[in-house]
Design a protein around this ligand. Structure first.
Ligand SMILES: [Cu+2]
Length: 298
């Protein structure tokens, strides 16, 4: 347990959203996101490392903007392969997504009028699938301009690691596993250990959820249900009192719920419970319970 906590400390901190109030508060803005494409060895937790390709310096990065913002996405290719970038939050000519060869840049700008939890990913023509499955994707949250009820906001990004850990506990991308859509494990936020999310009983929790695939995600929180599920993360798509949401690959959702009483409530993908032992769950805790998902090592 102590070892697990020490290892978790080597991972980037997990719950770092600025949130809707901070991002939308000062009115429409111009924002530029510059995302480096680079290959690197990253810690994923449970003593494992993965050799991945990233778009934004880490696995599962999150960008935050607000509806009405003028947003520029830019990537300078410092890798060796051709890379580009495609964000589902934009309505632009996809020709602008690239790819470009090493040394080149991709850049496009749009006024983002549609709120949501959007996926962005490398655009590299026929090898786009391999680049996404190697780690080149993240989320762009476009908050609605109209303030939502105050909530504990978190981003949960579903993806997968493809490759079997070697004797040195390093996962190298396995393109055959990628081609079969057969991961070693599915992941939340690109990692196998998670910091508990703490909330008070009855406090509104809002999850900005993005599913990079493979496959449909079926998020469910054990012990409660979603008060509201908004497809694609757009509040105008609200459905009430949903036991399990449905988030397609390349899609997102806004999931709102409350912890009814003290206890530990785990968010899982109900179609991928077989990966629970790999840390594929997020625990929400009200009260003093100290259970954490990373204590469930296989
Ligand atoms: Cu790429």
């Amino acid at each position: 347990m102590l070892l697990a906590l020490l290892l978790a400390a080597t991972l980037p901190s997990e719950w770092t959203l600025a949130g809707q109030q901070a991002i939308c508060g000062s009115g429409p803005r111009t924002r530029t996101f510059e995302l480096k494409s680079e290959e690197k060895l990253v810690e994923v937790g449970n003593g494992l490392k993965a050799q991945v390709m990233t778009l934004g310096g880490r696995l599962a990065p999150v960008l935050e903007a607000c509806a009405g913002d003028t947003v520029t996405l830019r990537t300078h290719n410092e890798g060796e392969m051709a890379h580009g970038i495609d964000s589902h939050a934009f309505r632009v000519d996809p020709e602008k997504f690239g790819p470009v060869d090493a040394g080149g840049s991709v850049e496009f700008t749009d006024v983002l009028r549609t709120p949501g939890a959007f996926m962005f990913h490398c655009a590299s023509g026929p090898v786009t699938d391999v680049h996404i499955k190697s780690g080149m994707w993240g989320a762009m949250i476009v908050y609605p301009r109209k303030l939502l009820p105050r909530a504990r906001e978190v981003a949960i990004l579903q993806g997968a690691l493809f490759g079997t850990p070697n004797d040195a506990k390093v996962i190298y991308g396995d393109t055959a596993m990628m081609a079969r859509n057969e991961p070693y494990t599915m992941t939340f936020n690109g990692r196998l250990e998670h910091e508990t999310v703490r909330a008070s009983p009855g406090e509104l929790i809002r999850v900005w959820f993005v599913n990079a695939g493979p496959g449909i995600s079926s998020p469910h929180v054990m012990g409660t249900m979603f008060d509201r599920v908004s497809a694609s993360g757009n509040p105008r798509n609200a459905e009430a009192d949903v036991q399990t949401a449905l988030v397609p690959a390349g899609g997102g959702a806004m999931l709102e719920f409350r912890l009814p009483a003290n206890g530990m409530y785990m968010l899982v993908d109900h179609d991928n419970l077989r990966y629970l032992n790999y840390g594929f769950a997020i625990s929400f805790v009200a009260g003093q319970e100290e259970h954490a998902v990373h204590s469930m090592h296989h």
